[in-house]
Write a protein that binds this ligand. Structure first.
Ligand code: ADP
Ligand code: MG
Length: 395
């Protein structure tokens, strides 16, 4: 077992068709703790797959170093890095059975003598014969035992003799996971492994992966763009944008205290609503003709910022339908999505014409065109400077 350290890591690709070089990973410093499940998120093209490929050895960094445990791996060939990668596309060998797909990496990662090679071949070609006619090979028997254990833990035992084309999407993905597990690597790399599965299968496979990771305790880097996977699977989330690390923390830290506007908008669905405000006296926010009282950990920093223009953010669950009073904000409903257990109401605030989304139970019916009144959770407000950085709370 081992942690993973990215140290000042950069990757630049040469420009396509004579264009400028593209810096895809920019001076990344990140430590993944031994045994941790780290979820890596970020918009398409921000460098997530590139980072996994650098770790797996499928690409070389332009600068910096990666260490697995204390071992620098720049000069270690991919097969000797002891990492196993699972791709979105499964990448199974179509001409091999499930059994041979599972054992492929095991066979490849161990050097053999010519004699051993012949013995292994003999073992494989006689393994269907009665016991007394089989050729023995300690190595092959060890591989077979490992394959059987992995197959049992992923419920693949019945499928061992099938070819990939005879499997469903979910089964193929389990084989891909099993192939990674079979090698018992120091680090698992998973690049959006569930995105080809339907919603229900995604949920069950998601839970299975988390359980397996806990059982095995293998350091794991899991790339996803799915909000639920990001929030529920990892010990910590790393948010990447344009090759730069934006924030690293537990899912709830990122959700409650995003360190900048990018993270605030990226984590959580619907996204946090943003409004331009002026800071008033006594920790209030001035929005058009309204004055909103803030409470909690943002009070202290606001008291020192009276008169400043900032961006204020509030999550959809922190807006509440309320009676029409002078204090409450008025809005017009522009769209309403009912999801069964809740509804997402998109509305335009009268003060400033800003569009926001609110989360509400389904008791109260609202439809497009309705005039509504809103109050806000005084402790829910987050504030951002003009450069997008969050104003730190008083701790
Ligand atoms: P993500 O997985 O976050 O969607 P990638 O790591 O696949 O993003 O890609 C990041 C950026 O690097 C993209 O703009 C992509 O076009 C570029 N890129 C990836 N691989 C290469 C390559 N081999 N040559 C040139 N550009 C590449
Ligand atoms: Mg990718």
């Amino acid at each position: 077992m081992a942690g993973v350290h990215f140290e000042d890591l950069s990757k630049t690709f040469p420009g396509r068709g004579g264009g400028d070089p593209v810096e895809v990973i920019r001076q990344l410093n990140l430590t993944i703790i031994d045994g941790e499940f780290l979820v890596l998120v970020g918009p398409s093209g921000c460098g997530k797959s590139t980072l996994l490929r650098l770790l797996a050895g499928l690409d070389d960094p332009s600068n910096g170093e990666i260490r697995i445990g204390t071992r620098p791996i720049s000069n270690v060939p991919p097969a000797r890095r002891n990492v196993a990668m699972v791709f979105q596309s499964y990448a199974l060998y179509p001409h091999l059975s499930v059994r041979d797909n599972l054992s492929f990496g095991l066979r490849r990662s161990q050097a053999r003598s010519t004699f051993q090679r012949i013995q292994d071949q003999a073992f494989r070609s006689t393994r269907a014969l009665p016991q007394s006619l089989r050729v023995k090979s300690v190595r092959e028997e060890r591989i077979e035992a490992r394959v059987n254990t992995v197959a049992r833990s992923l419920e693949l035992t019945e499928l061992l003799d099938r070819r990939p084309k005879e499997l469903s999407g979910g089964q193929k993905q389990r084989v891909a996971l099993g192939r990674a597990m079979a090698r018992n690597p120091e680090v698992f790399l998973m690049d959006e492994p569930l995105s080809n599965l339907d919603a229900k299968l995604r949920t069950s496979t998601r839970q299975r992966i988390v359980e397996l990771q806990r059982e095995l305790g293998t350091t794991t880097v899991y790339v996803t763009h799915d909000q639920v996977e990001a929030m529920t699977m990892g010990d910590r989330i790393a948010v990447l944008n344009q090759g730069r690390l934006q924030q690293l923390g537990t899912p709830m830290e990122l959700y409650k205290w995003p360190s900048n506007i990018f993270v605030a908008q990226f984590i959580g669905s619907p996204a946090m609503g943003l409004l331009p405000v002026t800071v008033g006296a006594n920790a209030t926010l001035i929005l058009g003709s309204k004055r909103i009282q803030v409470e909690g950990e943002m009070v202290e920093p606001l008291l020192q910022r009276e008169g400043q223009h900032l961006t204020a953010g509030l999550r959809p669950e922190h807006w509440h339908l309320a009676p029409p009073t002078n204090r409450n904000l008025q809005a017009e409903v522009s769209h309403c999505e009912r999801l069964g257990n809740e509804q997402i109401v998109t509305c335009r605030l009268k003060d400033g014409e800003h569009l926001i989304q609110i989360r509400h139970d389904t008791e109260t019916q609202v439809i497009a065109g309705d005039q509504i009144h809103l109050e806000t959770e005084p402790t829910g407000w987050r504030l951002f400077e003009n450069d997008g950085e969050a104003i730190r709370r008083k701790q």
